[in-house]
Write a protein that binds this ligand. Structure first.
Ligand code: ZN
Length: 373
């Protein structure tokens, strides 16, 4: 392996614009030869630092520090630069490995850039075609592409913006009970959850993308056992796990939401404003059914009697029309959802569950109750 390539050579004693010479390659290193063989300088492979230079067609820069100073060789001719890269086993030159990794990243970034541009150019078509035909599936797919970290940021940012209007009681027995149940229902999740109790007599609970779950004291007071609260929690947690909030946001805002997630800018934009509505979002019937089913299964997995879930939904249904339960406006009670839960319960064939050790219920003598009065 001995080849020679045209090169521009920069180094001690040479003009600032360099001299045109040639580069020879040996298995263990390189040698730069100045015109008319006036001077030769050599470096070993391990001394070399490689960098990509040039515009359009990428050239290669080889640099090293010699006893007399810094030497730089530019190989800009594309064929020579390509041949040069092919000459060395990548493992032999630390710089070449890094360079190749960098180039792979650049290439995939360029590919991604082009697909994004193509998507934007096609977006009217996509919006008309896909959003009408397959809005749910497209939104679900797009929501799956949103990194967990971005969903988490969205949820935390949204909650930070709304918490001023909420009187949180994140301490005391009521909060402890909620947090205990929440931890049991979210063990092993890819999300990091936080649970909050709000002093509010109305029956409500909601979940924000990324794992913020909020429950009103009014709802907790309306449950007749810890299992019933666990049922509501399990349902809300599944809205997070199944990314329903993120999907609904994407469905409602289209590319604005995609842009919001891509840039991570949840503030000062229309999308950011809409994100604030997350706690009042109404999900599709399919989403509600899925949250019921997976919530039920999560309860069983956690060893919590899932009978509390349909029982509390039945209690809620009795509040329908009274206006006391905002939960019902986002979760309309329906016969078929109730029936589906009852049939899942029947499918357990009377499997025994030990009662949750959270008696007396609802948690009493708490800061929560004092605040509520
Ligand atoms: Zn729901």
């Amino acid at each position: 392996m001995e080849a020679s390539y045209p090169a521009q050579i920069f180094g001690p004693g040479l003009p600032a614009t360099g001299r045109t010479g040639s580069l020879r390659l040996f298995p263990a290193g390189v040698e730069a030869i100045l015109p008319d063989d006036s001077r030769r300088v050599a470096a070993t492979l391990t001394e070399l630092r490689l960098r990509e230079v040039g515009f359009g067609q990428p050239g290669l820069e080889l640099a090293w520090t010699a006893a007399d100073g810094e030497w730089l060789i530019h190989v800009l001719d594309p064929a020579s630069s390509a041949a040069l890269r092919a000459q060395w086993p990548a493992a032999a030159v630390p710089g070449l490995q890094a360079l190749q990794a960098h180039e792979r990243r650049q290439r995939s970034r360029r590919r991604l850039g082009w697909s994004a541009l193509a998507l934007i150019a096609l977006s009217p078509l996509l919006l008309v075609g896909l959003f009408w035909l397959q809005a749910d599936r497209l939104a679900a797919w797009l929501a799956e592409q949103v990194p967990i970290a971005e969903e988490t940021r969205l949820g935390r940012t949204t909650f930070a913006a709304m918490r001023g209007e909420l009187s949180l009681i994140d301490e005391g027995p009521t909060y402890a009970a909620l947090a205990t149940l929440g931890q049991r229902l979210t063990a092993g999740s890819r999300y990091t959850y936080e649970f909050h109790v709000v002093a509010d007599p109305t029956l409500n609970a909601f979940a924000l993308p990324g794992g913020v779950v909020v429950v009103n004291t009014g709802l907790i007071a309306a449950t007749s056992s810890a299992e019933e609260l666990a049922g509501v929690l399990a349902h809300e947690v599944q809205h997070v796990e199944l990314r329903h909030g993120t999907q609904t946001l994407i469905k409602g805002l289209g590319w604005q939401a995609v842009w919001m997630f891509a840039t991570g800018d949840f503030s000062n934009t229309l999308a950011g404003q809409a994100a604030l509505q997350l706690g009042r979002l109404k999900f599709s019937r399919d989403a509600e059914r899925a949250a019921d089913k997976q919530g039920f299964e999560a309860l069983v997995r956690a060893g919590i009697n899932p009978a509390g879930m349909p029982r509390f939904f039945a209690t809620l249904a009795r509040q329908d029309g009274t206006g006391a339960a905002p939960f019902l406006s986002t979760h309309p009670s329906s016969q078929d959802r109730q029936a589906a839960l009852e049939s899942m319960l029947a499918g357990l064939n009377g499997r025994p569950f030990s009662a949750l050790a959270l008696a007396p219920w609802p948690p009493t003598a708490s800061h929560a109750d004092q605040l509520q009065q």
